[in-house]
Design a protein around this ligand. Sequence first.
Ligand code: HEM
Ligand code: HEM
Length: 194
Amino acid sequence: MLRNTSTGYGTIAIAFHWTMAVLIIGMLALGIYMHELPPTEPATFQLYQLHKSTGFVVLALAAFRLVWRLINPAPQLPSGMHPLEKLAAHLGHVGLYLLIFAIPVTGWFMVSASPWGIPTILFNVLPVPHLPIPEALGSKDQAEAFFKLLHEYGAFLLIGLIVVHIAAALKHHFIARDETLKRMVSTASAKSNS
Ligand code: HEM
Ligand code: HEM
């Protein structure tokens, strides 16, 4: 059961969801933690490199996941949901998708704009080129500060959305007692359609 059906998620969507959930929550925690460390320590540098490398893994997974999502629509939401609740669920998912692209991309722009010019070498193996920075953003310092702000605000917005997202999943499971959480855990709901 690789593909989604109208009643449940398939293995690929479930694998994308949980792999990325673990990576993204880990990246949020790592970002906040490393930001507090003394910037000149070698260990801090290593953590920044790990954060950058893992961020590119998230970006690549987000691209593959979006393609999979576009050719393989999500199951229908439970019929008992109010139309406004359905709209909120869709907007929430669109917001999550947007942020899992926007946050790594703003990180990429931030390190590209940095006057330090530190190269990004994924897991010390694969070099990633710096992105061109629009001149309208001013000096390198100003451009770096701009993307840093977008990266931070994006990350804090994502934390807010994830909290609401998890609360909604728990409400479906424990209060509405429907299949919503179960179908993101197992393909049994998808199979019941076939
Ligand atoms: C899923 C992807 C990512 C997430 C969730 C994420 C999240 C975060 C968070 C929460 C912070 C701390 C912000 C703060 O406390 O002010 C941070 C900082 C940072 N991130 Fe990311 N990040 C991601 C991807 C990337 C990528 C791809 C790069 C670069 C290629 C990057 C570069 C940085 C840098 C350089 C900082 C430190 C900024 C500073 O010194 O204030 N991040 N990130
Ligand atoms: C413990 C944490 C989490 C739980 C319990 C959870 C639960 C769920 C559930 C039950 C669904 C299915 C909703 C439906 O059928 O309409 C879902 C979908 C989704 N979740 Fe999560 N989630 C978690 C973490 C995350 C994280 C960290 C992200 C990304 C930042 C995320 C992004 C998404 C997206 C984009 C969808 C829509 C999938 C699609 O239809 O293509 N989730 N989640």
